[in-house]
Structure formats: structure tokens, C-alpha cells
Write a protein of this length. Structure first.
Ligand SMILES: [Cu+2]
Length: 297
């Protein structure tokens, strides 16, 4: 009896903290959510749902580390994580731990990377990644600190595995970022990877691919300098365009971006492969918004 009461107390505390921060722990197949960490590699972090940041880090993890691929220590859980079979063209989802919902302002993305050996359980994610899904601003006239963002309030990302995806085993990485601390280089990244076997006869090839780490750096104003309380939607869009988030997702075929895209100047090769050599001083935050905590969220 005493043991049972103790368990409830711990669960209540965990559920309460999880309402602020989040991590994708469930894969959604045929509209049904899996168990936590059944198909998604569990991180070994002290508190699984805390964000990854460039500064004031949790567990010393930053977006410049190899574990920015699938979260801290998660490769050590790859062997015991199941591989979900999904047909190319199917829509699947990744859902948050405790069914919490996103209450930080920022974009959401889904990335894929093919296991070169054909066995995703032995793949660390050090190969090429491509983007298949993206949500940024949905209402430019709404509040940039909350519901201007498409992902505001979502508890899962639903996305299509492109019909042209070649068969094989893949890491599927869902990611959300909170930009409410970007004015102080405290953007927050929430992400994890599912292990998926794609079936079908796709022969497509994404033109634009990326390496992780290398995807993001803190010379990018979106993560270090943007101020959602002061800046306008067009500023946010300009900052997005200078990152891989501004690139068109691959939805099939043999090319990564549409001809209408203005992101060609920020191709993956120029962004992802070169450690930025520009001075960070020029993009230092123009505003500091007091404490960097997430107390209001
Ligand atoms: Cu936060």
C-alpha cells in the first residue's frame, strides 16, 4: 500500500514537469500510438524530455555534438528498440511523451537517414539526412510567441513517408524547436529517432542532404539573435531562410527543392559542410529578455 502511494506521487511529479517540456516517445501507426520507446530510441538523459541547447545546457549536450542526431546515449538503446515496417507513401506519426502538447513557439521538422548496412539497429546516423516534413509559421498575424506557429498545441507530428523513398531501414527523426530564448542564444531543441523499415519499390533520391551535427550552429540568427517579442513575421521568415529549415522538404522525385524556392543560396553544401567562419559578434543578440528560464511556459 505504501509502495503504491509512493509510485503515484512520483508519477504525478513527472507528469507535472512534462507539461512544460517534451520528447517524441511513441510511433503512431494506422492512427494507433505504440508504447513509449517501443520504436523510438530512448535517451539515457537524467530527465528524458529536457531540451538540447547551445548554452546553459542540460547534460552538457549541444546541437554541435554527435548525439544531436537521436538524443543523448540513445544509440546504446538501438538494439532493444523495435523496427516498425511502413510502406512508402504511408502517413505515420510521432507522438509526445505523456501525451503532452507543444507549448513553445517554433518550427517542427521530420528528417530521415538510410542505414547503409541495411540494419538500422547498428546505424548511428552519421550518414546523409534529408527532410520530409516541415511546419513553420501558419498565421503571420497571430502571436509570434504562441499560436502563429503551426505546431503550437500539437501533441504529435503526422507525416507521409514519400512514395518514392527507396526500400530499406531508416532513422526517422522528429524535431521541434522552441525559439522563445533565441535572443539569448537559448533556443531549445526537442527530438528523437524512430527505427523504421520502408517497403515498396521507390527509386527517388533527395537532392539536398545534410549531416548531423552540422545542421545548425549558433551563428544562425534564428537560434541566436531572433527576438519573438520584438521581431516581425518577415524577420522570422528571413532568419528561417538562412537555415536548412528554409529548404523545401523532399516529397518525392529526384530533387530536393522546387524551382521556385529561394533557398538555393543556402544549399546544404554551404550550410551543412562548412563550420561557419563568420564572426559571431555580428549576429550577437540585440536584445536580452531577462531570465533565460522557461518559467512562462
Ligand atoms: Cu523550454
Amino acid at each position: 500500500m505504501k509502495y503504491f502511494a509512493g509510485f503515484l506521487g512520483v508519477a504525478a511529479v513527472l507528469a507535472q514537469s512534462a507539461s512544460a517540456h517534451y520528447i517524441f516517445s511513441k510511433l503512431v501507426l494506422n492512427n494507433e500510438a505504440s508504447a513509449d520507446w517501443q520504436y523510438i530510441r530512448e535517451t539515457t538523459r537524467t530527465v528524458v524530455y529536457e531540451p538540447t541547447k547551445f548554452t546553459n545546457t542540460y547534460d552538457n549536450l549541444t546541437p554541435s555534438d554527435a548525439d544531436f542526431r537521436c538524443n543523448l546515449g540513445s544509440f546504446s538503446n538501438a538494439a532493444k528498440t523495435e523496427v516498425a515496417t511502413v510502406a512508402a507513401g504511408d502517413t505515420i506519426g510521432m507522438k509526445l511523451f505523456y501525451d503532452t502538447s507543444i507549448a513553445h513557439p517554433g518550427p517542427g521538422q521530420v528528417w530521415m537517414s538510410k542505414a547503409p548496412t541495411g540494419n538500422v539497429k547498428e546505424y548511428e546516423g552519421d550518414g546523409e539526412w534529408f527532410k520530409i516534413w516541415e511546419k513553420t509559421l501558419c498565421d503571420e498575424n497571430a502571436d509570434l510567441t504562441t499560436n502563429a506557429w503551426c505546431t503550437w498545441g500539437m501533441s504529435e507530428f503526422d507525416f507521409q513517408i514519400p512514395k518514392d523513398t527507396p526500400p530499406g531501414e531508416y532513422l526517422v527523426r522528429a524535431e521541434h524547436m522552441g525559439l522563445h530564448g533565441a535572443q539569448a542564444n537559448e533556443a531549445e531543441f526537442f527530438y528523437s529517432c524512430a527505427q523504421v523499415k520502408v517497403t515498396g519499390s521507390g527509386t527517388g533520391s533527395p537532392k539536398t542532404t545534410y549531416k548531423i551535427p552540422g545542421l545548425y550552429n549558433d551563428n544562425m540568427t534564428l537560434f541566436n539573435g531572433l527576438n519573438l517579442w520584438v521581431d516581425k513575421a518577415k524577420d522570422v521568415e528571413a532568419d528561417i531562410a538562412q537555415t536548412p529549415i528554409g529548404d523545401e522538404p523532399w516529397t518525392g522525385g529526384n530533387s530536393g527543392s522546387s524551382s521556385a524556392s529561394s533557398s538555393s543560396a543556402f544549399s546544404s553544401s554551404s550550410i551543412a559542410s562548412s563550420p561557419s567562419s563568420t564572426s559571431s559578434a555580428s549576429s550577437a543578440p540585440a536584445y536580452h529578455w531577462g531570465s533565460s528560464s522557461c518559467g512562462n511556459y
